[in-house]
Design a binder for this molecule. Structure first.
Ligand code: PEP
Length: 281
């Protein structure tokens, strides 16, 4: 996946009619965790109204506490995929934490008649789960969003991406989602979007930013603008190619990460701000 001097190889790929590359920007607004079909449908309807064809939907949730909601898993896949088809969604980013999840997704897609595509997400807690990386790397069906490990070096995370590619799957997007720090930062994680151009320089991977897990709240700056929006603007101006961002029809009722989810009615303004930032890039 590395970029060499005078490298002319393509920096991206097409999947299910959507182009992913260092020359492009895709927004994946959606639910951090699928909770019920009504919320999934509200989310997808809002996306369609804005001409969006990608989303995020968490079915398998890697939680810090074993007592926290773990995601509906394969039980929610049929309605998530069917609703995606109904509202013209072409690619859903969905985290997998175990090899069995890949098979469950494949089977649910088959049973529902392949109404949508899936991008397998490997989360920050599994960046160095080498056996999972090898299994996800061996399958050719789905592209992969690999999140940077929150407590390891950038080089180590880039090597994790090489695990996917060396097993055969080079359709990889690299995700920045903030780093753990012990400095008492005001945000959930220390925002690392200044590294977008670094990853683009060192590799041929499109680079994703996750402002929601980086900032971790709907707090606003004194200018009234959401902290999430400020870091999105920074990331986009730095050249980000994908934005993974949490929205929810009713954040107070969200089962995971409600405090960082943006409101559905904010979606048009969010997309407009992204468009303006991209123009400034
Ligand atoms: C997520 O995107 O739902 C998630 C858990 O992200 P991360 O792996 O970055 O914590």
């Amino acid at each position: 996946l590395g970029r060499h001097k005078d490298d002319q190889r393509p920096t991206g790929f097409d999947y299910n009619g959507v182009h992913f590359g260092q020359d492009n920007l895709n927004v994946f607004a959606g639910l951090c965790a699928v909770d019920n079909p009504e919320h999934v449908e509200q989310m997808m309807r809002a996306l369609q109204a804005e001409g969006q064809v990608c989303t995020r939907m968490g079915a398998y949730k890697p939680r810090t506490s074993p007592y926290a909601f773990q995601g509906h898993g394969k039980a929610c896949l049929p309605y998530v995929f069917e609703l995606a088809g109904k509202y013209g969604i072409k690619v859903i980013a969905m985290e997998v934490t175990h090899e069995s999840h890949v098979e469950e997704i494949r089977e649910a897609l088959r049973q529902t008649g392949n109404p949508t595509g899936v991008m397998l997400q490997i989360g920050t807690r599994n960046t160095q789960n080498f056996e999972l990386l090898k299994i996800v790397g061996r399958q050719q069906e789905f592209p992969v969003l690999l999140k940077r490990g929150f407590g390891i070096t950038l080089e180590e995370s880039l090597n994790a991406a090489e695990y996917l590619a060396s097993e055969g799957n080079a359709r990889v997007i690299f995700g920045l989602r903030g780093m753990k720090s012990n400095m008492g930062d005001p945000h959930r994680n220390f925002v690392d979007f200044a590294q977008v151009p670094v990853v683009r320089r060192l590799t041929r991977m499109p680079v994703c930013i996750d402002p929601s897990h980086s900032v971790g709240s709907r707090d606003r700056a004194p200018d009234g603008i959401l902290d999430v929006m400020h870091v999105v603007a920074q990331g986009v101006i730095a050249g980000a190619n994908m934005i993974l961002v949490d929205f929810h029809p009713n954040p107070a009722k969200a089962l995971v990460d409600g405090p960082q989810a943006l409101l559905l009615e904010e979606l048009p303004y969010f997309l407009e701000d992204v468009r303006i930032a991209r123009e400034a890039y």
